[in-house]
Design a protein around this ligand. Structure first.
Ligand SMILES: NC(=O)c1ccc[n+]([C@@H]2O[C@H](COP(=O)([O-])OP(=O)(O)OC[C@H]3O[C@@H](n4cnc5c(N)ncnc54)[C@H](OP(=O)(O)O)[C@@H]3O)[C@@H](O)[C@H]2O)c1
Length: 320
């Protein structure tokens, strides 16, 4: 089968389109003919090997030679212990632990997969597993957003952010989106009440405070984020610099003890129920997956470069 392979960390040029052996499913896995795969920031981080957490399991060279964790496709073969799926079923899911989505075929455990609703395209569901689940767990589960609360989403024009803005609005919040100059109108179109251009304004220094901050690109000090929280407010970080992550881990409990402001890392758990819930919201017309561009498999390097250059609005998808 054809796959996009890399054996060392680096720029998109280290990726090569190669013929590799088609994977064989284990007893609890299915073999999927990939129809669409989603390009996440975590793929970009895994390609570059930075931030440092992107090297977990592979300090010097990549643990997985094929990137791609969010996939949608058709079941081609099922392992003998698989109960929920059979050949021909259309599925989607998050295969973070295994990766390998930028290929014609991939194996995945049945527990990681949900059935694709007939009303949604492969491209639209491929957007859901990581990005929408981060947003749902951040806004609904951890953030417990209530009507009237002030919510700020940092990275609101990206994959997780576009869902987070829509979900926070759905739960009745007043939403501020932060992203670059080119994405301000886009964030408004998603429903953001206020927008901040991160290249011109630092939201931690403008005197405004929020009940919840969901940050997918954290790089400031823990004290800066604390300043932007209302009393009893919460800050959740899903990605960012290693320095900020350590600060939140080390200082978060102390800040909470002394001020009542919650500061935590949001460790997102892949979750089938959440994936299905998002498809229901989609079918009810309450959220929309935003796809900026689609690339063929052979152009995964260009797709990753486009993401890395910071031009993506919403998400980039690979059609296989
Ligand atoms: N915690 C967990 O369990 C978990 C699980 C999976 C993934 N993750 C992480 O969660 C993050 C998800 O990100 P994503 O997929 O939504 O990324 P994305 O699609 O790349 O979106 C990030 C957005 O943030 C913008 N941005 C960059 N710097 C910014 C700044 N200083 N202030 C505000 N916005 C800024 C980017 O704009 P530009 O275009 O200008 O760069 C982009 O629009 C990744 O870091 C991933 O590794 C965490």
């Amino acid at each position: 089968m054809r796959a996009i392979v890399y054996t060392k960390y680096g720029p998109p040029e280290v990726l090569q389109l190669k013929e590799v052996e088609k994977p064989t499913p284990r007893d609890d896995e299915v073999l999927i003919k990939v129809q669409a795969a989603f390009v996440n920031r975590s793929d970009w981080e895994g390609l570059r090997g930075t931030p440092l957490y992107a090297r977990i399991g592979g300090i010097l060279k990549p643990r997985h030679q094929i990137l791609g964790s969010d996939i949608a496709g058709r079941v081609e073969m099922a392992g003998r212990n698989v109960r929920r799926f059979q050949p021909g079923d259309e599925v989607f899911g998050d295969i973070q632990g295994r990766m390998g989505g930028f290929a014609e075929y991939v194996c995945a455990r049945e527990s990681a997969l949900a059935l694709k609703p007939a009303s949604m395209t492969f491209e639209a569901v491929a957007v859901i597993p990581q990005a929408a689940v981060i947003a749902l767990q951040g806004i609904r589960d951890k953030g417990q957003v209530q009507p009237g609360q002030k919510v700020l989403i940092s990275g609101a024009g990206g994959g997780a952010g576009t869902f987070a803005v829509q979900l926070a609005k759905l739960y009745g919040a007043e939403v501020t989106g932060v992203d670059n100059t080119g994405k301000l109108d886009f964030m408004c179109s998603l429903g953001a009440d206020h927008v901040i251009d991160y290249t011109r304004e630092d939201f931690t220094k403008n005197g405004k405070q929020y009940d919840l901050i969901l940050d997918v690109v954290a790089h400031r000090s823990a004290f800066a984020y604390k300043r932007a929280l209302r009393p009893n407010g919460s800050y959740f970080l899903t990605g960012g610099s290693v320095a900020t992550i350590f600060q939140i881990l080390l200082l978060g409990p102390w800040i909470r003890g002394t001020t009542g402001k919650k500061m935590r890392i949001l460790a997102v758990q892949p979750n089938l129920k959440d994936m299905v819930h998002i498809t229901e919201l989609y079918e009810a017309g309450k959220v929309i997956p935003v796809i900026d561009k689609a690339y063929p498999l052979s152009e995964v390097p260009e797709a990753l470069r486009y993401l890395g250059e910071g031009r993506v609005r919403g998400k980039v998808v690979i059609t296989v």
